[in-house]
Design a protein around this ligand. Structure first.
Ligand code: 9MR
Length: 577
């Protein structure tokens, strides 16, 4: 299988910020530096120079050279880079490059909403659909969902929320981290002076039904999931009261495509878990502090749920979701919840200031550990860094020396991601090792970029911002496959992601995913049969195919788009870079 990788000159197909880094990668047999030319849309040479040989790139096994044209800063559209007789895809130089990506990446969440009709007037006629899973036949509905046999004696109304990914499942741990990232993108505009005041995330910035309600639209979108997460809490008076059910999904896997409203499968609540409970505690605590100025009653409801959940998790600290519970939905299993305890304690302390939470977070072994892993700084299974980042950025009463230590741990991690990135000829903050390229790996790349971006917010040192920008270059085309992993963004972009809703590849009457949808990305694990068959033996950066059948390399997911939304929001704020 030989994918068509287009021109050998690899650029960010969307473009570059005028004052930001501008790097490209050239696949070539040449061992010596090559002359390069930057051309305007009219074909005039506007800059030129010599490339830098980089030898064989480990992640792609390609002989490559890099081009740095950062010193050219003139805004314009339709630039191309010419090296070694090859002309790159066209790109822009513009300070407003990422404004619409911020909105598009967040729009994905509206398209994934469960339990409400999707308004084509907001998102495009092709995305209009009736409400899913409200109990209208053939749906069996999320309005009164029983537990799996033997798990509980009650039913819960767990309508709403977002569909997790290409499936119709709703999972508290993954909903938790995705909601955290939306809330964090918003909170950053309150805490980071480098965020430009947050106008881009205010009311009427997104195409959501709630626009114009005087609440920032990103909070409206997050609330759609928060309301669902609150519904997943075990009611008072029941066994394990205050804990959260781990997930709710179909009894059996369904095929593709399948509109949510056409899903006939029985829906089932799966057992509560400590991990889900702590996810609920953490994001409900965030909710309590961020909604306080907008809706005091909702903020109070979140605050109560957060405290109740945290207490329930402490009473039941080792209730783990089973790795075997993967029929009809993903397992999202996790048998180490030390990190979830730490994250929840941090969020509760930041919101309430209560000593008990400070005592708990300080006692956690993670409080003094290096929590930023090389592969991915954080992810749905590994959330300690979320607590660390918030301790570093959200105003709090830590003693100055302790605050300085926390912040230094963030910049130390950022320094490592920067060193990794500089060692990669494709400029991404991920090592070239095979094991770095995992399921949903694009979100790991972005989450490492979030650490870089946070280090910039903390220090204003441009090297960190430049690292975050370069991470976006990889996602938007500067990679071995010469593909943009964001639908609708770039000359050659992913558009056939694994999704039951956006099944255009299988049925031309259905749409592609909406612009701003991120694909999971290169994954040398090849866990799905389609990829395993097609891509066996692939070099890590080539282990991706834009085909709806490849769920291990090409799915959409809320926790990947939340990462993209956070980074896009940061990048949109860098227009003067
Ligand atoms: O993102 C998840 C990834 O980290 C796991 O390796 C993978 C296999 O367990 O599952 C991924 O999550 C999927 C979930 O289980 C079900 N909904 C789709 C998710 C994205 O592929």
């Amino acid at each position: 299988y030989e994918p068509d990788t287009g021109p050998r000159v690899r650029v960010n197909q969307v473009g570059y910020l005028p004052g930001g880094p501008k790097n490209a990668t050239v696949v070539t047999d040449a061992a010596d530096p090559l002359p390069w030319q930057l051309k305007s849309a009219a074909g005039a040479v506007v800059a030129s120079g010599q490339s830098t040989p980089r030898g064989v790139d480990r992640a792609s096994d390609q002989n490559v050279q890099t081009v740095d044209f950062s010193s050219f800063r003139t805004p314009g559209t339709g630039y191309t880079l010419v090296v070694d007789g090859e002309t790159s895809h066209p790109f822009d130089i513009s300070g407003t490059l990422y404004d619409r990506l911020r909105a598009d990446s967040l729009q994905f969440f509206y398209a994934q909403r469960s339990g409400t009709a999707i308004d084509g007037g907001l998102i495009g006629a092709e995305y209009a659909r009736p409400a899913g899973h409200l109990g209208v036949a053939p749906n069996q509905g999320d309005t009164s969902v029983p537990c799996q046999p033997g798990v509980c004696d009650y039913s819960l109304d767990v309508r709403g929320g977002w569909y997790d990914a290409g499936d119709h499942g709703k999972y508290v741990v993954n909903g938790g981290i995705a909601t955290y990232q939306l809330l964090s993108a918003f909170e950053r505009t309150k805490t980071a002076e480098t965020a430009g005041g947050g106008a881009g995330l205010g009311d009427s910035t997104l195409r959501v039904p709630e626009r114009g309600n005087n609440v920032p639209d990103i909070l409206d979108e997050a609330r759609w999931e928060l309301e669902f997460l609150l519904r997943m809490q075990v009611p008072a008076g029941q066994p394990l009261a205050g804990m959260a059910h781990h997930k709710i999904h179909d009894r059996n896997w369904t095929g593709l495509p399948l509109a949510p409203q056409d899903d006939p499968q029985p829906r089932e609540l799966h057992p509560p878990s400590t991990a889900a409970t702590l996810n609920l505690a953490a994001v409900a605590a965030q909710c309590a502090r961020l909604f306080a100025p907008y809706d005091a009653a909702f903020a109070a409801r979140c605050g109560t749920a957060a405290k109740t959940a945290y207490a329930a998790a402490k009473a039941h600290p080792k209730v783990y979701a089973s790795a075997a519970d993967g029929n009809g939905g993903g397992a999202y299993d996790d048998t180490n919840v030390t990190d979830e305890f730490y994250w929840a304690a941090v969020e509760l302390w930041l919101t309430t200031g209560a000593q008990a939470y400070l005592t708990d977070l300080t006692a956690s072994p993670l409080h003094t550990a290096d929590v930023f892993e090389a592969g991915g700084a954080f992810g749905w299974q590994s959330v300690a860094a979320l607590g660390r980042l918030d301790l570093a950025t959200v105003p709090n009463a830590l003693p100055a020396a302790e605050r300085a230590r926390i912040r230094a741990s963030v910049t130390a991690a950022a320094d490592r991601y920067l060193a990794t990135l500089r060692g990669q000829a494709y400029g991404l903050p991920l090592t070239g090792e095979d094991y770095s390229y995992v399921w949903g790996g694009n979100s790991n790349i972005i989450n490492n970029a979030v650490v870089l971006a946070t280090a910039f917010d903390l220090t204003r040192d441009a090297k960190y911002r430049d690292g975050a920008v370069q991470s976006a270059d990889y996602l938007l085309g500067r990679n071995a496959l010469n593909i943009s992993y964001v639908t609708g963004w770039g000359e050659h972009a992913a558009q056939n992601q694994h999704s039951r809703i956006f099944g255009h590849q299988l049925d031309p009457n259905l749409p592609h995913p909406p612009a701003g949808s991120l694909a999971g990305g290169a994954n040398s694990g090849l866990q799905d049969p389609f990829a395993a068959n097609l891509l066996a033996g692939c070099k890590p950066m080539f282990c991706y195919v834009d085909d709806i059948n490849s769920y291990a390399t090409n799915e959409v997911a809320i926790n990947w788009n939340s990462a993209l939304a956070w980074l896009a929001s940061f990048l949109a704020d860098q227009r003067d870079a």
